[in-house]
Design a protein around this ligand. Structure first.
Ligand SMILES: Nc1ncnc2c1ncn2[C@@H]1O[C@H](COP(=O)(O)OP(=O)(O)OP(=O)(O)O)[C@@H](O)[C@H]1O
Ligand SMILES: [Mn+2]
Ligand SMILES: [Mn+2]
Length: 649
């Protein structure tokens, strides 16, 4: 565009380049109108040798500002990537200091979203995310951290491809440890007065470790990337439900002071509202965003992982979009619709499919009843359940109730599953385990059938994971979902409870709690020893004993591929004969038992209307009120006839 005149350096000689002219004759360029007044510079629409460019002219009021200009220029001279705003020239000699960039026609992403109210298709979102991811991957591989990733610094060209701009805060990772946040803020960030208004707007992209004034790493860029991509998907300014920027910022400023927002993000884990699945966002993209804004920088993926995952997601969206067989009325109107055909893995269905009923047609066979003689005592059952997400964002508990299983009037089964590291294992097990139980029930004793049902469910689930990982329907690395499980089986007057993990079942016998299971947690010495003996480390972490690198608290579970065989799915079985003094059975996930003792549970039911679903709900509600932070699932089974009018035994 413009000739390079040697020596091609800045006035100090610290910036050099073989391709970018670093000083320009005044006649070669013309600044036209200012297009943006940033906090630290003015950006002009300009011409350079006839071409349209954007000129960034920094405000230079101190020696520090000058140092900063030279640092930014040095860095820019080294960068060359299609996802980064391209420096085409600079003038780095007094009295003029200017950076000349290629001009990007379609404004920055913040304006595009909040001024033009642009609605990108999922394809466009994925393309931008992927291009941006690659640009950041390039920077991180050079050891550079951007430190100011946000939609206002993402420029769009005429094809709406993104170009990351504004290296005003970028630094080499190796120099980061020496920067305190105090320096960081004064290195050009607005701190008060006129700029106060923009401060919260900048805070919303900052990772908790920065807000906490802790060490920052390249993973802080990952956090900002996650917040920005979610903003792109939802179209709303983070922490508001508003699209238009001016309005949104007023709301933001009114809802939060700088301190309040900082405290909420750091201590309460506040995050923007995640984009909706219904809006067509693939769940894998949502889960990626959530991992990007994980409070722990170590749990956030690297840009190598992010780019790999985004590429796979894009391939799936492409493959899944608009198969020729769909009827014209279902044809996609615009990109957002494409994802109706993006088939998600449904783990409930997977459980059903992988545990097919094998003996269904053998109608002459009976489930277990032949194991037991007609007894003189017959429990009379009524049952109900209640499940709540509680204070958690997602529900990872599931349960099943199969009274009069296979039309046997004296055979009943109930189960609760409490998922961790995702809901997949719990969803799978709720469908698969009852089928395996039934399949083995025709030939094995209740105890053996329960053990088989647990271990086969576990194997089928882990096989399923491997299968889907190989066929690339799952691309999350190191994802090992699991669940704890408790199942009660009643055959005539015999009660069997199988348990693996920290769900719990108790009987109310003569008005007192009678435990039917033992919690399998690492704080139990026997369990801890067993796990260690089978080769998995158990460590005291923060407040309790935890298993393996995953830091699980439970020592038995379905799934948890990475901790097998030590964290076994083999249940412990407790059995008893029911008699007239057995009033009821309560089963629940640990969200209930965390805050209520066995005695509490029995006494709460004693003064609740004797209706099992209402008792379940009352228990869960009480647990939430007492501060349980977990998902809570409760199943209550009355074992004697009760009238709902009966309030006290
Ligand atoms: N190459 C370009 N083409 C088109 N517009 C640009 C270009 N570079 C910058 N802009 C516009 O100018 C704005 C400010 O640019 P930049 O972020 O580099 O400046 P800044 O002073 O560091 O701003 P900040 O307040 O974010 O620190 C951008 O958001 C964009 O709207
Ligand atoms: Mn900027
Ligand atoms: Mn800046």
């Amino acid at each position: 565009m413009v000739e390079i005149v040697e020596p091609n350096t800045c006035v100090r000689g610290c910036c050099t380049s073989s391709t970018i002219p670093l000083h320009l004759p005044p006649s070669s360029y013309a600044l036209l109108a200012p297009i943006a007044r940033g906090s630290e510079s003015t950006v002009y629409d300009a011409r350079l040798g006839g071409a349209r460019v954007a000129v960034k002219k920094p405000v230079l009021s101190t020696a520090d500002d000058l140092d900063k200009f030279h640092r930014e220029l040095q860095l820019l001279c080294k960068l060359d990537h299609p996802g980064l705003a391209k420096l085409v020239a600079a003038h780095a000699r007094p009295p003029n200091y200017m950076l000349f960039f290629q001009f990007y026609e379609s404004r920055n992403l913040a304006e595009k979203l909040h001024v033009q109210e642009w609605n990108p298709s999922i394809d466009q979102v994925l393309t931008i995310a992927c291009d941006l991811g690659k640009a950041l991957q390039y920077l991180h591989n050079l050891g550079i951290v951007h430190r100011d990733v946000k939609p206002a610094n993402i420029l769009l060209d005429k094809d709406l491809r993104p170009h990351l701009a504004d290296f005003g805060l970028a630094m080499y990772k190796k120099d980061l440890k020496h920067v305190s946040v105090e320096n960081w803020k004064s290195s050009g960030k607005p701190t008060g007065g006129f700029h106060k208004r923009n401060m919260v707007g900048t805070l919303i992209y900052m990772a908790p470790e920065i807000l906490r004034k802790d060490i920052q790493t390249e993973k802080s860029d990952v956090y900002s990337f996650g917040i920005s991509i979610n903003e792109l998907l939802t179209g709303v300014v983070p922490y508001t439900d508003l699209r238009a920027e001016a309005q949104a910022h007023t709301v933001l400023e009114m809802s939060y002071t700088e301190q309040q927002l900082t405290a909420a993000v750091v201590s309460e884990g506040l995050r923007p509202i995640l984009a909706h699945r219904e809006a067509g966002a693939p769940s894998d993209l949502l889960s990626l965003i959530k991992r990007c804004w994980d409070p722990n920088p170590l749990h956030r993926p690297s840009f190598d992982d992010i780019v790999e995952e985004l590429t796979l997601i894009m391939e799936h969206v492409e493959k899944g979009s608009c198969p020729p067989s769909v009827s014209p009325s279902n044809q996609c109107q615009h990109g957002m619709m494409d994802l109706q055909y993006f088939k998600e893995l449904n783990w409930f269905d997977q459980g059903e499919q992988l545990a097919r009923i094998t003996n269904a047609e053998k109608s002459n066979m009976r489930l277990w009843v032949s194991f037991f003689n007609e007894s003189h005592y017959h429990p009379t059952l009524s049952w109900g359940s209640f499940a709540t997400c509680g204070r958690r964002e997602t529900m990872e508990d599931t349960h099943f109730m199969l009274p009069q299983m296979c039309n046997e009037k004296d055979v009943h089964a109930f189960g609760i599953f409490d998922g961790h590291r995702g809901a997949a294992a719990a969803e799978f097990s709720a469908r698969a385990l009852p089928v395996f139980l039934q399949n083995t029930g025709y030939t094995c004793s209740p105890t053996d059938a329960l053990i088989e049902a647990f271990t086969r469910t576990d194997e089928a689930f882990r096989d399923g994971l491997v299968l889907h990982r190989n066929s690339k329907r799952i691309f999350q690395k190191d994802w090992h979902p699991g669940c704890t499980a408790v199942t009660a089986l009643i055959v005539r007057n015999r009660l069997f409870v199988a348990n693996a993990g920290d769900c719990r079942a108790i009987l109310s016998r003569s008005g007192h709690p009678f435990p039917m299971s033992k919690d399998h947690v690492a704080s139990c010495a026997d369990e801890r020893m067993r796990v260690i003996k089978e080769g998995i480390e158990v460590k005291w972490l923060v407040d309790t004993w935890r298993v393996g690198p995953a830091a699980l608290q439970v020592t038995r579970s379905i799934g948890d591929d990475d901790l097998k065989p030590a964290v076994t799915a083999r249940p412990e079985i407790t059995e008893t004969s029911l008699a007239a003094d057995d009033e009821l059975l309560v089963m629940a996930s640990d969200g209930l038992w965390d805050v209520l003792s066995n005695e509490d549970v029995i006494s709460i039911i004693k003064d609740t209307v004797k209706e099992p679903a209402m008792c379940s709900k009352r228990l869960a509600t009480e647990a939430v009120e007492r501060g349980s932070k977990d998902n809570i699932t409760v199943v209550v089974v009355f074992l004697r006839p009760v009238s709902t009018a009966e309030r006290i035994y």
